[in-house]
Design a binder for this molecule. Structure first.
Ligand SMILES: [Zn+2]
Ligand SMILES: [Zn+2]
Length: 292
């Protein structure tokens, strides 16, 4: 989940925590987009000088929700080959609980660098980069790991690409990196979760651990479609799902995960988030008063 610092997300971490509590989650990891060198894709991520503000924002929510929802610091970090030294020092500069490695094929910088007319070749390059991201050992989890299918969905075929995808999955399995099942794919131009069922099955055959994420850019999407994601995982052959804390994975049975999820009626969201905002305002006013 994200924060307002990336410029395309709404809601403070406290509101996401309130949504998580309503959905029955014990904890959340905030994973906003990392700053990149040279101002690359600056319009959709925090600026380098907002780094401390990010750490403080998550720490503040962690404190406010202690004992109710376990709020932890994470990061969604972009990857392309050559960025490793930058990422290494960035990731060492704070204590993260869950680091997502993301190849973002819609990003202008990435397209300019790797798309040279042949879209199928571009689809293949994406999976090569996922494998390299895993082999960099910088990340706990590869996020939305077939996002590239939204780049000219008409030309996308998981079936035809499978030999390339399977080679990448073999390398990811060897590296021991988890992969995400990202439910926001259902809202994209090729409307299925990332990854789709064929890839999920190939991941299950290699025992690649899966972490479910909603990629929420608004508190209302916290744990969105998790029930459906658990069904897909089970259909692919999985019987457990993982959560990551302190950069270590913990298994949860699908049955237990399913039992913990609470439905939230659309009509209750507004009141719920309003309460979270009020509580946050009151807490800030108190801090202000103490500081006087
Ligand atoms: Zn985003
Ligand atoms: Zn992403």
């Amino acid at each position: 989940m994200h924060t307002p610092l990336c410029g395309h997300s709404v809601g403070e971490p406290e509101e996401y925590a309130a949504a998580a509590q309503a959905r029955g989650l014990k904890g959340i990891v905030v994973t906003c987009h990392n700053p990149l060198p040279g101002g690359i894709s600056q319009s959709v991520r925090m600026a380098p000088e907002q780094w401390d503000e990010y750490l403080t924002m998550v720490a503040r929510a962690r404190q406010a929700w202690a004992g109710r929802v376990d709020v932890r610091l994470g990061l969604e970090a972009d990857f392309w080959p050559g960025l490793e030294p930058f990422l290494e020092s960035q990731l060492a500069s704070a204590e993260f609980h869950h680091v997502l490695g993301s190849v973002h094929p819609h990003m202008e910088f990435y397209r300019r660098k790797y798309l040279h007319g042949d879209i199928v070749a571009f689809h293949k390059t994406y999976f090569e980069h996922l494998a390299l991201a895993a082999e960099s050992r910088l990340f706990d989890t590869l996020s939305h790991p077939d996002l590239v299918k939204n780049e000219e969905p008409g030309a996308w075929s998981a079936r035809l690409l499978m030999p390339d995808i399977e080679r990448a999955l073999d390398r990811i399995a060897t590296a021991g990196t988890a992969m995400e099942l990202n439910t926001s794919g259902a809202l994209k131009s090729l409307p299925e979760m990332n990854p789709g069922p064929l890839i999920l099955k190939a991941m299950a055959a290699r025992n690649i651990p899966v972490v479910i994420g909603a990629d929420a850019h608004t508190p209302r999407r916290v744990a969105d479609r998790y029930e459906g994601a658990l069904d897909l995982l089970e259909a692919a052959g999985y019987n457990e799902v993982f959560v990551t804390i302190d950069r270590k994975r913990h298994a949860v049975s699908i049955a237990r995960a399913r039992a913990s999820l609470q439905p939230v009626a659309t009509s209750t969201w507004e009141a719920l988030l309003q309460n979270a905002r009020l509580a946050m305002g009151a807490a800030r006013a108190k801090v202000g008063a103490l500081g006087r």
